[in-house]
Design a protein around this ligand. Structure first.
Ligand code: ADP
Length: 189
C-alpha cells in the first residue's frame, strides 16, 4: 500500500471525494488545500485574508503562500508516516518544491493518482455541486476560469509525473463506489 500519494485532476472530477474516502478507509492523513483555504477565509484568519481575493476570483494563490502551509503540515507529526495531498501541487514550481521538501525528509512520493473524465461529465458535476453546496467560487464564470487555470498551470504536471514513472490514471466515470474500486486497484497494482 503506497503511503505518500498526490491526487491530480481537473476541477469537478471528484478527486476530493475520492481523497476523503481513501483517507477515511485507509487512514491516510490528508490535506485538502481548497478546503483549508476556504475554511481560513470563512474564519477570517491572516492566511484567509491573504488568499481571499485569489480564491474568490478562481485564480491560484501564490506558490510561496500555499507551499509554506503544505510544508508545515508535511513536517508535522501527523504526516510523518504517510500522507495524501489533495489540491497540491498545482503548478510545476509547487511540484519542484514538494520534491525538495521530501528530499530534505529523505522521503519520496509513491504515486500520483490522476483522475480523468470527459469534459462534459466534469462540467455537469461542477454545476450540480454549485447548486447543492453553494460554494462561492462555483459560479459559471468562475468554473470556466478554474478550468482555464487548470489547463495552463496544472495540466503540465501530468507529464512531469509521468516522466518520473509516478502517474496512475483513474477513469472517473461511474458512481462514487465504482470509482473508489478503480482507485484501489490502481494503487494496489
Ligand atoms: P477545485 O474543485 O477547482 O479543484 P479546490 O477546492 O481544490 O478546487 O481549490 C479551490 C481554490 O483554492 C483554487 O481555485 C485556488 O484559488 C485555491 N488553491 C487550492 N490549492 C491551491 C494550490 N495548490 N495553489 C494555489 N491555489 C490553490
Amino acid at each position: 500500500m503506497p503511503k505518500r500519494i498526490v491526487v491530480l485532476g481537473p476541477p469537478g472530477v471528484g478527486k476530493g471525494t475520492q481523497a476523503k474516502l481513501l483517507s477515511e478507509r485507509k487512514r491516510i492523513p490528508t490535506i485538502s488545500t481548497g478546503d483549508l483555504l476556504r475554511k481560513s477565509i470563512a474564519d477570517g484568519t491572516p492566511l484567509g485574508n491573504t488568499v481571499k481575493e485569489y480564491v474568490e476570483s478562481g485564480k491560484l494563490v501564490p506558490d510561496a503562500v500555499i507551499t509554506e502551509v503544505v510544508e508545515e503540515w508535511l513536517d508535522s507529526e501527523e504526516a510523518k508516516e504517510g500522507f495524501l495531498l489533495d489540491g497540491f501541487p498545482r503548478t510545476i514550481a509547487q511540484a519542484e518544491s514538494l520534491e525538495q521538501i521530501l528530499n530534505r525528509q529523505s522521503q519520496k512520493l509513491d504515486c500520483v493518482l490522476y483522475f480523468i473524465a470527459p469534459l462534459d461529465v466534469v462540467k455537469e458535476r461542477l454545476f450540480n455541486r454549485a447548486k447543492i453546496e453553494g460554494r462561492s467560487d462555483d459560479t459559471p464564470e468562475l468554473i470556466e476560469k478554474r478550468f482555464s487555470v487548470y489547463r495552463q498551470q496544472t495540466e503540465p504536471l501530468v507529464e512531469f509525473y509521468r516522466s518520473r514513472g509516478l502517474l496512475l490514471e483513474v477513469d472517473c466515470t461511474g458512481s462514487i463506489e465504482e470509482v473508489y474500486e478503480k482507485v484501489k486497484s490502481a494503487i494496489c497494482s
